[in-house]
Design a protein around this ligand. Structure first.
Ligand SMILES: Cc1cc2nc3c(=O)[nH]c(=O)nc-3n(C[C@H](O)[C@H](O)[C@H](O)COP(=O)(O)OP(=O)(O)OC[C@H]3O[C@@H](n4cnc5c(N)ncnc54)[C@H](O)[C@@H]3O)c2cc1C
Length: 613
C-alpha cells in the first residue's frame, strides 16, 4: 500500500509488520529477505548499537550484508514501536513523503532506539520499503543512567550526623588530592560541559579544566552585544532545560551564568584558571601523563585514562602571512585579542575577514563611533539570522519532544542532509534576496557553499566562511561600513593600506579576523607530531560520511574530541560517554584501529566495516 493511503492505526500496523519481518530476517541471517526490506537506494546509519561505531552504509545489498555481519555479536532483537515516544506518522523529509517511526530494540550489550522511514517502491507494486534506518545505542545493560526512579540513594545523600555531608564529599571529589580522574576534559564550554555531565551520569570520574578565570568566560568575554544565533529551544544542554521564560535568543552573560549553575547542579568537577599544557600516553599502562598549570603558577601532573579535547576552535589564532603588514605603524590585533570598540571612537579601522567575527567586530567598532572598512578576502555566505538561519531547525517546532527531535536529526544520513540543506539554502536565498542584491551592488562577493549546501555544511566542513546577519550587512549596503576587496590592496604602508589605484586607506587599527588554525595544529602542540599524524584530520567529512574523529574513538588510544553546536554536543555527548564507559568495561578497545573503522581498499568506500570494535 502506498504511504499516502495509510491512516492512523494502519500506519502503526505497517511499521510493526516491517519491524517484525526485519527481526525475523536478522535472526535467521537471511540476507535476501533483509535486502528485500530496503530500497535499492537506501541508508542504514548505526550509532554504536550494532557496530560500536558511528557509520552509514548505502544500498540494499550492502545494508543486508553488513547487518548480517553484525548480528552474531550484537544479537539485535525485540524491535517494537516505542509507545512512549512520538507515534509513527507521515512526514515530508527532503521533499519525499514517508512514514517515519521511532522504535526501540535491544542487543546483547545494550538497549537502543531507532528511526525507520518507509516509502513505497513503485517498481514493486508500491510495497513499503525502508528508505532510511537509524539504530542508536541508548544505554549499556547493567550500567543504565541513574535517573528518575533509579536515582542515587547513597549514604552520603542521607542524614548521617557523623559522616561527611554532600558538600564535603563534593569538595573532596573535586580536589583530586590522592587520586586521578578517569577522564580529563579540556575546555569547559558547552562541548566540555555536555561531555562531563554525561560521563558523570555514567559514574565515570571526570574533571574539567579550563584556562578561563571563571566558568562561562568563553561567552562572557565575547563582544558586548552578543546574543546566541539559534533559538533557545534548540540549544538546551543535556539533562537541564533552559527555563521556559527565557528569551528566544540567550544573551551571552545569561548563558555564562547558566554554565555556572549547570556545573553546580550537575556536580561537575571543574577547575577554572587551569591551562592544559599537553601530555604523553603510556601504551603499557594505558593512561596519560598530563601537565596542568593553575592560576597561582603551580603545576599539577595527572594520570587520566582518557583525555577529551573540548577546546572549540579558539585554539591557535590563524595569522595570515602578509609581508607588508609589518610596515603598518598602527595597532594590529587578531580577532581573539579584540575586546570592545571604546578605545577606537573617532578612529579609523580596517577589519580583514568577512566571517562572523569580522562582521561582528566591524559592527561593534562602528557602534563605538569608529570609521570602519571591512576587507573581503574570499567569497562569503550571508544569511539573515531570522528567519533564514533558523530554517534548519524547523523540526524542533514540529511538535515532538526534544529527545525525539534529536533522534530524528541523527537519523538523517549525510547525502540526504546535503540535499535538504541545498533546498533550505535556496529558500534562504529567496527570503534574503533584497539584502543579497544590495550586497552584490556594493561589490560584496557572495557564495552559497559547495554545491549550494549553505552555511551548515560550511560549518561542518571548514568551521566558518559565513555570516549570520545581525545588522552588519545592512550597514555595508547603506555604506555606513566601507568595503574593499583584499585583492585591490597593493600592500600596507605606515598609515594604512595602499590601494592598487594609488589611494591610501588610512587606519589606526587593523583587526585580523582571519580565524583559527585547525585542531591538527593544536594536537601537534599539545601531544607532539606523532600523535597528530596518528589521529589525522579532525572535523570535516571523511569517506565514512561522518565527521572525522568527532565523538568517537580515534586512532590514538584514550584521545577523544567533542565540538560543534549546542544541539550536536547535546546529542553526541551521550555516545561519547557510552563509548568511554564501554572502554572502561572492557567491551571495546580504547582506540579506533585501521582495520576496524577505516575501510579496507577492496571494500565499498561507504560501508560500515566488518569488525565490531
Ligand atoms: C556570536 C556567536 C553566536 C553563536 N550562537 C550559537 C547558537 O545559537 N547555537 C549554537 O549551537 N552555537 C552557536 N555558536 C557557535 C558555538 O556554539 C560557539 O562558538 C561555542 O562557544 C563553541 O563551544 P565549545 O564548547 O566547542 O568551545 P568554546 O566555547 O570555545 O570553549 C572552549 C574552551 O576551551 C578552553 N581551552 C582551550 N584550550 C585550552 C587549554 N589548553 N587549557 C585549558 N582550557 C582551554 C577555552 O578557554 C574555552 O573556554 C555561536 C558562536 C558565536 C561566536
Amino acid at each position: 500500500m502506498a504511504a499516502r493511503m495509510l491512516q492512523g492505526a494502519e500506519i502503526a500496523t505497517t511499521v510493526e509488520d516491517w519491524l517484525m519481518r526485519f527481526e525475523q530476517a536478522l535472526r535467521s541471517r537471511d540476507g535476501d529477505s533483509l535486502e528485500a526490506l530496503f530500497h535499492a537506494d537506501s541508508y542504514w546509519r548505526d550509532v554504536l548499537a550494532l557496530t560500536w561505531h558511528i557509520g552509514t552504509v548505502n544500498g540494499a545489498s550492502t545494508i543486508g550484508r553488513e547487518l548480517n555481519a553484525r548480528a552474531d555479536r550484537a544479537q539485535p532483537r525485540n524491535f517494537k514501536i516505542d509507545e512512549d515516544r512520538t507515534p509513527p506518522r507521515r512526514v515530508t523529509r527532503v521533499g519525499t513523503e514517508a512514514i517515519e517511526a521511532i522504535f526501540r530494540f535491544e542487543t546483547a550489550e545494550g538497549r537502543g532506539s531507532g528511526v525507520l522511514r518507509l516509502t513505497p517502491d513503485a517498481a514493486n507494486g508500491g510495497t513499503l520499503k525502508a528508505w532510511t534506518l537509524l539504530t542508536a545505542l541508548e544505554e549499556i545493560k547493567g550500567h543504565e543512567e541513574r535517573l528518575g526512579r533509579s536515582r542515587m540513594q547513597g549514604k552520603v545523600y542521607s542524614r548521617d550526623f557523623r559522616g561527611p555531608n554532600w558538600l564535603d564529599v563534593r569538595n573532596a571529589a573535586a580536589a583530586y588530592a590522592g587520586h586521578d580522574p578517569t577522564v580529563l576534559v579540556v575546555g569547559g564550554g558547552h562541548a566540555g560541559l555536555s561531555a562531563a555531565a554525561r560521563l558523570g551520569q555514567l559514574e565515570i570520574d571526570t574533571l574539567v579544566v579550563d584556562r578561563g578565570q571563571r566558568i562561562g568566560d568563553n561567552w562572557r568575554k565575547r563582544y558586548h552585544a552578543l546574543v546566541l544565533h539559534n533559538q533557545v529551544h534548540v540549544n538546551h544542554l543535556p539533562y537541564m532545560r533552559f527555563p521556559p521564560s527565557w528569551p528566544a535568543y540567550i544573551p551571552k552573560d545569561k548563558l555564562a551564568a547558566w554554565f555556572e549553575a549547570y556545573v553546580e547542579a550537575m556536580e561537575i568537577n571543574y577547575w577554572p584558571a587551569t591551562e592544559f599544557e599537553g601530555g604523553t600516553y603510556d601504551e603499557k599502562a594505558q593512561r596519560w601523563t598530563v601537565a596542568l598549570r593553575r592560576a597561582d603558577g603551580t603545576s599539577r601532573e595527572l594520570h587520566p585514562r582518557h583525555v577529551v579535547l573540548a577546546t572549540g576552535v579558539s585554539g591557535i589564532a590563524n595569522i595570515p602571512d602578509i609581508p607588508t603588514l609589518r610596515n603598518f605603524t598602527g595597532t594590529i590585533l587578531h580577532s581573539s585579542q579584540y575586546g570592545d570598540g571604546d578605545a577606537w571612537k573617532g578612529k579609523k579601522a580596517l577589519v580583514i575577514g568577512t566571517g562572523n567575527s569580522g562582521h561582528d567586530i566591524a559592527q561593534d567598532l562602528h557602534a563605538s563611533g569608529a570609521n570602519v572598512t571591512l576587507v573581503q578576502r574570499s567569497s562569503t555566505l550571508i544569511v539573515n539570522v531570522e528567519p533564514s538561519a533558523q530554517l534548519p531547525y524547523a523540526l524542533y517546532d514540529e511538535g515532538p519532544p526534544l529527545e525525539d527531535c534529536d533522534l530524528i536529526t541523527m537519523s538523517m544520513p549525510l547525502p540526504l542532509a546535503k540535499k535538504s540543506h541545498i533546498a533550505l539554502t535556496e529558500q534562504a536565498r529567496e527570503l534574503d534576496k533584497k539584502l543579497l542584491d544590495g550586497l552584490t551592488r556594493v561589490g560584496f562577493r557572495l557564495d552559497f557553499g559547495d554545491d549550494g549546501t549553505g552555511w551548515q555544511f560550511k560549518y561542518l566542513t571548514r568551521g566558518g566562511g559565513y555570516y549570520f546577519n545581525v545588522g552588519c550587512s545592512d550597514l555595508i549596503v547603506k555604506g555606513e561600513i566601507g568595503l574593499v576587496q583584499f585583492s585591490d590592496i597593493e600592500g600596507f604602508v605606515p598609515e594604512g593600506a595602499r590601494m592598487r589605484g594609488g589611494k591610501t586607506l588610512a587606519a589606526d587599527l587593523i583587526v585580523l579576523a582571519t580565524g583559527y588554525k585547525g585542531q591538527e595544529y593544536l594536537i601537534s602542540k599539545l601531544f607532539g607530531a606523532d600523535v597528530a599524524a596518528r589521529v589525522g584530520p579532525i572535523w570535516g567529512f571523511g569517506k565514512e560520511q561522518e565527521l572525522r574523529n568527532m565523538f568517537t574513538r580515534t586512532p590514538q588510544p584514550g584521545l577523544w574530541f567533542i565540538a560543534g553546536s549546542f544541539a550536536q554536543c547535546r546529542i553526541y555527548s551521550k555516545h561519547l560517554g557510552l563509548q568511554i564507559k564501554a572502554c572502561e568495561l572492557g567491551l571495546i578497545p580504547t582506540a579506533q584501529t585501521d582495520g576496524s573503522f577505516r575501510q579496507p581498499k577492496a571494500r565499498a568506500a561507504n560501508s560500515i566495516p566488518q569488525s565490531a570494535a
